[in-house]
Write a protein that binds this ligand. Structure first.
Ligand SMILES: [Zn+2]
Length: 250
């Protein structure tokens, strides 16, 4: 329960209260945000989850208005149409009980905020890409949470988090596939090759190797893809080939 009250005190030195004005209720508030000078990325997973040296910035990517409950990923928070505003007010704000938000977040705190961001994105009928991005980041958050418990022996909790991670990433995959067909690039700040690679990596995770290999090959053959994303696509392809070879050897 102490974590429930305290958020995550070890994040304190990396986080500050950034000022926002809520586009739905007009209230000014501060939202915990990682100081950019403190976010040192030291690597990334196959599905592009960034890994940070100290504070896990994914915990702080959601902005929540503590007065009305309107919540979104930072990059989408300020942009709300009149229709979306009405939908949020009618379906989210009317049921929201204002509460004092914490200065830092435990994984549990952050996950509650991601679920709120997903609810708001569904309510405001956001683009598939926005919903997919919330699901992707929520999946990454759950992975970080699970990893933070690796030494704890809480195997039942870890299994539950892994199952939830799968569920969120599956929804992310479906959303990005839809967005890839329907939306204009860039999508969530990513170019077409990066999204193709991401869909390939997520497809591979759910063992749709045919789709994964097709998209990875497209990225490798692309004339405009960066070397960085091409290298990743090659690694993914090698990884899938090795897995398939492993299977036929058995
Ligand atoms: Zn508000």
């Amino acid at each position: 329960m102490s974590e429930e009250r305290n958020g995550c005190p070890s994040d304190q030195e990396y986080v500050f209260g950034k000022s926002y004005s809520c586009p739905v209720c007009g209230t000014d508030f501060k939202n915990p945000t990682v100081k950019s000078s403190k976010a040192r990325m030291i690597g990334s997973d196959q599905d592009l989850r960034p890994i940070y040296e100290t504070v896990n910035t994914i915990k702080y990517d959601v902005v929540l208005c503590p007065h009305c409950g309107y919540t979104a990923l930072e990059r989408y928070f300020k942009t709300v149409t009149q229709v979306q505003k009405s939908l949020i007010q009618e379906k989210v704000c009317s049921a929201y009980k204002p509460r004092e938000e914490k200065d830092t977040f435990s994984y549990e705190d952050a996950f509650v905020r991601y679920k709120m961001a997903l609810l708001c994105s569904i309510t405001k009928q956001a683009y598939d890409s926005e919903k997919a991005y919330v699901c992707l980041k929520a999946g990454w958050l759950l992975r970080g949470w699970r990893e933070s418990l690796a030494e704890s022996g809480q195997n039942t909790v870890i299994e539950k988090l892994a199952a939830q991670e799968d569920e969120f990433l599956k929804n992310a995959l479906e959303g990005f596939q839809q967005a890839n067909i329907k939306e204009e690039y860039p999508i969530c700040g990513m170019d077409e090759n990066t999204v193709d690679y991401l869909i390939a990596a997520l497809s591979a995770r759910f063992e749709d190797y045919e789709m994964a290999l097709k998209l990875a090959s497209n990225v490798i053959a692309s004339r405009v893809a960066s070397n960085r994303v091409k290298d990743r696509a090659r690694d993914l392809k090698d990884d899938i080939m090795a897995k398939q070879k492993g299977r036929t050897d058995i």
